[in-house]
Design a protein around this ligand. Structure first.
Ligand code: HEM
Length: 366
């Protein structure tokens, strides 16, 4: 194909996915309607992910006033926030709980968008930008986990980075050196230390926020330009006005979410769910304490890693990445019933590994 033809086809492709000439905010909001059907509860999950992200921005900025990104002061500054700053423990707990609730709502949003085939033409790039948002959201979790610089944070990060290096053993020739080089770039020095903490801090409070704002902007623009997908095969029962009906319901869901978050932040410190010694300041000379595990939202990969050969996980990860980014084209001709079954199966897998991962592990490993 001649370069001009490729350019024109790419232009046509993008023009159809981002018809910005249609961009007229007032009529878009005024005219926008949302289909009402048995899966329309799914339309609240993207909004919920957005809400929790906004909570993270506000509570994160508050924590930044006191947090010290140095190995000597990081843990002490977090303890100072928790014990001496008025409402410090509440803000910190809300930030910890909202990170888990954001990831849970993003995963729910992904599965419901998949089940509704909301990736079908012209929403392919809504999905692809969504898949990038998923990656950024998990990166927020991974980088934020290290910042308090306690035993579980540093040791779990070490294990995570070690897993990257192990990939090298399964790659041919020069490529086998790349994973170790990537680990070195992320870690910044021979072991997890000040350079790592500075890089994770920069990622968590500058680079990832800039990235998520850019990708989320494209994501929400695409949603606004195309409106909500039909969602189910049969004709939706009826259409509902986005403004004010759907928006008011969306805001009510946010209100309930905030009340739950506030009660959790007030009554159930996130760390109370784990054994305390894990939250002692990291001791580079000490031995690795028992019970080091990543955050719950990595259990779906952590336990299979503990049970299956590494190459199986690696192949599985590669396949998952291709399927996630290629979903709009791989499942283009798949009917919604099949997509709903696949979404439920994926949801059940995530749930079982998150809740029963430890039990399954001991079943196999004794
Ligand atoms: C930080 C993460 C994310 C935020 C804040 C977010 C936000 C939103 C919002 C507010 C909507 C419109 C309301 C709705 O349909 O729920 C939406 C729609 C959509 N999102 Fe996301 N999203 C995120 C991640 C994802 C992910 C991980 C995927 C899939 C890989 C995805 C795919 C979609 C699709 C396909 C739509 C169109 C839905 C439709 O038209 O019915 N999003 N997103």
């Amino acid at each position: 194909m001649k370069p001009q033809q490729t350019l024109r086809r790419t232009g046509d492709f993008l023009a159809e996915r981002f018809p910005v000439d249609k961009l007229n905010f007032a009529s878009m909001v005024g005219k926008k309607e949302v289909p009402v059907h048995r899966l329309s509860w799914g339309y609240y999950l993207g909004g919920l992910a957005l809400f929790f992200f906004m909570v993270q921005v506000v509570t994160g900025l508050m924590l930044l006033f006191y947090y010290q990104p140095t190995v000597s002061d990081a843990h002490a500054s977090v303890e100072y926030i928790t014990e001496h700053v008025p409402a410090g423990a509440l803000v910190r707990n809300i930030h910890a709980w909202a990170s888990s609730l954001m990831i849970a709502s993003v995963l729910g949003h992904l599965l419901s968008a998949f089940a509704m085939k909301a990736f079908a033409r012209p929403r392919e790039l809504t999905w692809v930008s969504g898949a990038l948002l998923l990656g950024i959201t998990f990166a927020f979790g991974f980088t934020g986990y290290l910042l308090p610089w306690h035993q579980i944070a540093v040791n779990a990060t070490k294990i995570g980075l070690q897993t990257i290096e192990e990939i090298g053993a399964y790659l041919p020739g020069q490529m086998s050196l790349w994973p170790a080089a990537i680990k070195e770039i992320i870690q910044g020095e021979a072991t997890v230390g000040q350079a790592t903490l500075s890089r994770f801090f920069a990622l968590h409070v500058i680079i990832l926020p800039l990235g998520i704002v850019a990708v989320l902007g494209a994501h929400l623009l695409s949603v606004q330009l195309h409106g909500m997908s039909q969602g189910v095969d049969d004709k939706p029962r009826r259409m509902e006005k986005f403004f004010p009906a759907f928006l008011l319901k969306d805001l009510s869901v946010w209100g309930v979410a905030f009340m739950i978050l506030f009660v959790l932040g007030l009554c159930l410190p996130f760390e109370s769910l784990f054994a305390y010694p894990l939250f002692e300041p990291y001791n580079p000379k000490g031995s690795t304490p028992d019970g080091i595990k990543p955050e719950w939202y990595f259990f779906w990969i952590y336990y299979p890693l503990e049970l299956l050969p590494f190459w199986v996980i690696l192949a599985g990860q590669g396949l998952l990445g291709v399927v996630l980014l290629g979903t709009p084209w791989i499942f283009r001709n798949t009917n919604r019933r099949t997509l709903q079954v696949l979404a439920v199966a994926a949801g059940l897998y995530l749930l079982v590994m998150t809740v029963f991962g430890e039990t399954i592990y001991h079943l196999f490993k004794g």
